[in-house]
Design a protein around this ligand. Structure first.
Ligand SMILES: O=C(O)CCC(=O)C(=O)O
Ligand SMILES: [Fe+2]
Length: 198
């Protein structure tokens, strides 16, 4: 099994982010990309930014254990039950992450014009020092991190088809992350962030 110790921390301080670029084999990743594209209840949801309702620049879905509701921008969402593909992915990453996840936010980036703005996954419902397991399939996209206080501290990695990124420790307190728009990418990308709602 892959272990965290074989992978260096991508952050210079104040957090812990490890990347496993080829966590799932290419054929397995193709199969999972297909299953997730077809069998997830993808929706484009509105969000409120500075008092105005706008559509999110990507499709999303929320899956998890029964009873683990999730509140996001004032809206409480009930999770859909795990699909086979999600259960399979969860079972592969949990031994490496060293935790058992109970929910997942899924994002579908239709092309390079879809994105995720700078944010921290530091909601109260995730508890202190949350462990977040992020799995990606499809188009390779940049994943960026920037320190909350020291604006010159930045990190960027490419999240490829079948990669696994683990964020833990003080990362969500001290670092923002996001997925910028990218010109010329026409292929979709799916990302799943597995979480623990406490
Ligand atoms: O798409 C990604 O790689 C990032 C997703 C993310 O940050 C999130 O779901 O909170
Ligand atoms: Fe995030």
């Amino acid at each position: 099994m892959e272990s965290i110790e074989q992978h260096i921390n991508l952050l210079p301080k104040d957090g812990d982010v490890r990347l496993f670029p080829h966590f799932f084999r290419p054929e397995e990743s193709d199969r999972l990309l297909h299953a997730l594209t077809e069998n997830i209840a993808w929706k484009q949801e509105p969000i409120v930014i500075m008092g105005r309702q706008v559509m999110q620049p990507r499709l999303t879905a929320w899956y998890g254990n029964e009873g683990k509701a999730y509140t996001y921008s004032g809206v409480t969402m009930q999770p859909l039950p795990w699909t086979d593909a999600l259960r399979f992915i969860k079972s592969k990453i949990e031994p490496v992450a060293g935790v058992v996840f109970n929910s997942a936010l899924l994002n579908f980036y239709r092309n390079g014009n879809d994105s995720m703005g700078w944010h921290r996954d530091n909601e109260r419902s995730l508890g202190p020092q949350p462990v977040i397991g992020s799995v990606s399939f499809g188009a390779a996209r940049y994943f960026q991190l920037k320190h909350a206080k020291e604006k010159t501290l930045r990190q960027q990695v490419v999240l490829t088809h079948g990669s696994f990124l683990l964020m833990r420790g003080h990362t969500q307190e001290n670092w923002y992350h996001g997925v910028p728009k990218t010109a010329r990418i026409t292929e979709p990308r799916i990302n799943i962030t597995f979480r623990i709602i406490v």
